[in-house]
Design a protein around this ligand. Structure first.
Ligand code: UFG
Length: 328
């Protein structure tokens, strides 16, 4: 029996494939390689194709014995989603519908889903727990919430069990140094700070220093990508034991400001990293920190690499050795 990983050539997908390989799972990857990188796959059988292509899904399900799916394939840029919501509804929501219909047709009953803290929107309280209000402030988060809800209805009607994992801020790279973060365009804080350390950017722009936080910059909960990967493996295990559908936050439970991240990056890299204060970025909540108690107690998840200095050191190993990412 194999695990199908959609979007397995992407950042979090490829680290999850690595974690599955480490424990000897059979892996099938479906990725359209629009954002993913073939070189990010450390193993598994790759189908290059799109979720919305019924023929490729038929081939995946007839040529392999799939018992569980981990579903990453999606567009995930908040800013782009505000300009092109149709693209996000089509790829994310319709793509997931196509996948769920095929799961039903081929009698595959377990799916672990890559969700996001963006489903909460502006939090009512921090740390955020899974029972808190979900009111996305961007189209990306709205599509992810719609995908979560679609899965719940497919459970009610067809007993397809799902675990949705709502990540906070994924960062870092694999301990082996073989895979890491390579988004084009890059919008995330940690890789951008490290690109400034490498001299690939003249400076890091700090988006706002007038938030209601101790140093005025936004606070986020950074979690190592390999700790996230482990949670997906544990979620597959949980579904294999016959568990019911559920939702879990994945974060470290500790917040760091943009200025603190830059300071730690200066220590780790030994570089000056010039920073310029710029206006706020639209839609950024001041503070996002997770309560991941539920994942810890029910999944047995114990993040072990998510001390911020370790996250940034692992990311620096990757960026410094591959300054052009997978093209280098
Ligand atoms: N930031 C900067 N300068 C930059 C980039 C980011 O100051 O050049 C700041 C942002 O304003 C924010 C923090 O750094 O305060 C983190 O920004 P990221 O873009 O790295 O991450 P976000 O918190 O915006 O996004 C993350 C996930 C998204 C998810 C979102 C939920 O990456 O997928 O959380 O709100 F949708």
């Amino acid at each position: 029996m194999a695990v199908l990983v959609t979007g397995g050539a992407g950042y979090i997908g490829s680290h999850t494939v690595a974690a599955l390989l480490e424990r000897g799972e059979d892996i099938v990857v479906l990725d359209n390689l629009q954002q993913g990188h073939k070189e990010a796959l450390l193993g598994g059988k790759l189908y290059v194709g799109d979720l919305r292509d019924a023929e490729v899904l038929d081939r995946v399900f007839t040529e392999n014995e799939i018992d569980a799916i981990i579903h990453f394939a999606a567009n995930s840029l908040v800013g782009e989603s505000m300009k092109l919501p149709g693209k996000y509804y089509h790829n994310n929501v319709y793509g997931t519908l196509c996948l769920l219909e095929k799961m039903n047709e081929y009698n595959v009953k377990k799916i672990v889903f890559s969700s996001t803290a963006a489903t909460y929107g502006e939090p009512e309280q921090v740390p955020i727990d899974e029972y808190d209000r979900t009111l996305p402030t961007n189209a990306y988060g709205e599509t992810k919430l719609a995908m979560e809800k679609m899965m719940q209805w497919f459970d009610t009607a067809h007993e397809i069990k799902s675990i949705s994992l709502r990540y906070f801020n994924a960062a870092g790279a694999h301990d082996s140094g073989k895979i890491g973060e390579d988004h084009r365009p890059e919008t995330h804080l940690v890789p951008i700070v490290l690109e400034a350390a490498l001299g690939k950017r003249p400076h890091i722009s700090v988006f706002g220093d007038d938030y209601d936080t101790p140093d005025g910059t936004c606070i986020r909960d950074y979690i190592h990508v390999s700790d996230l990967a482990d949670a997906h493996v544990l979620a597959v295990d949980r579904l294999r034991t016959g568990a019911d559908s559920s939702v879990y936050n994945l974060g470290n439970g500790q917040g760091f400001s943009v200025k603190e991240v830059i300071e730690i990056a200066r220590t780790v890299t030994g570089k000056e990293i010039p920073a310029l204060i710029e206006p706020r970025r639209a839609g950024d909540p001041a503070v996002l920190v997770a309560s991941s108690e539920r994942a810890r107690s029910e999944l047995g998840w114990a993040p072990s690499r998510s001390e911020l200095k370790h996250i940034i050191t692992s990311a620096w190993n990757w960026h410094a050795s591959r300054p052009n990412g997978y093209e280098g």
